[in-house]
Ligand binder design. Structure first.
Ligand code: SAM
Length: 260
């Protein structure tokens, strides 16, 4: 298998197949499990709240979630900010099962699209976020350039990004982590200005109830699909990432950036 094909099949195993299984587990456990289970990579409410504050959303702002996965983060945003923001929102996610599942789970408009090729006109978006996507996207600059095209001048973009602190002791087929420096260079080169930055480790963990629901969904998926090769592959990816993060070789960074 070529490196590219290996990366594509890792992406599908981790984000598409598991997404379809997650949707079924939510159907079994109940709707109140949907948002925690569908935040795959963005994780915790405290991260989402910090990012959402930087979006400066107003009532009818057009919002884009780029690389939306199962759509949990934008469902959280719509729920938590319903008094000050009413959409419209669009979710863009390249993995077809994940995109379809997010539409069914949350009823939000979703398009199956790579962020490098968004089916949106120029300057069609007032605010956006992209959570845990740049390191799995292959060409981060192409993705940022496309976000620049669809955002209006002055629009806010929230980023949750895994960043490498230096040489990594293990490689992940599906991830190419930027460093802080390369990330800032890519943002500057594509026409974005960083207005705020935070290490996610300084924010509180998810509430116990949130984690309990996410874990319950994971347990149902493991019960039903634990011996499937895609489950094993996704678990292997998660384990490597867990070790890199525990060692501090990869950290989660939150950014508020503005489209120049
Ligand atoms: C770690 S998950 C995060 C999903 C979601 N943003 C969240 O926080 O729950 C990364 C997502 O990026 C998507 N992805 C990978 N390459 C992409 C690309 N080129 N453009 C947009 N999304 C991409 C994957 O399919 C996956 O759903």
């Amino acid at each position: 298998m070529t490196d590219e094909a290996e990366a594509d099949s890792s992406l599908e195993a981790e984000f598409d197949t598991v997404a379809a299984w997650t949707e079924r587990a939510v159907a079994e456990l109940g709707e109140d499990h949907a948002i925690p289970a569908a935040c795959r990579g963005s994780g915790r409410p405290a991260d989402l709240a910090w990012l959402a504050d930087g979006l400066d959303l107003h009532r009818g702002d057009r919002f884009l979630d780029a690389g939306s996965g199962l759509g949990g983060p934008t469902a959280w945003l719509a729920q938590e900010h319903r008094s000050d923001w009413t959409g419209p929102a669009v979710l863009a996610e390249p993995m077809a099962h994940a995109a379809a599942a997010s539409r069914r789970l949350f009823g939000l408009p979703t398009v199956a699209a790579w962020t490098e090729h968004l089916p949106l006109p120029d300057e069609a978006v007032d605010a956006a976020w992209s959570l845990g996507v740049l390191d799995v996207a292959g060409d981060a600059r192409a993705l940022l350039a496309e976000l620049h095209r669809v955002l209006r001048p002055g629009a806010r973009l929230g980023l949750l990004q895994l960043v490498a602190r230096g040489e990594l002791s293990e490689e992940l087929a599906s991830n190419d982590f930027p460093t802080d420096v390369s990330l800032h260079r890519a943002l500057a080169a594509t026409g974005f200005r960083v207005s705020d930055r935070l290490d996610a480790s300084s924010l509180p963990d998810a509430p116990a109830d949130w984690s309990r629901r996410a874990d319950a969904v994971d347990a149902v998926v493991a019960r039903d699909h634990g011996d499937h090769p895609d489950f094993v592959e996704a678990g292997r990816q998660q384990e490597i990432l867990g070790r890199l993060m525990a060692a501090g070789e990869v950290v989660t960074v939150l950014l508020h950036v503005q489209r120049c």
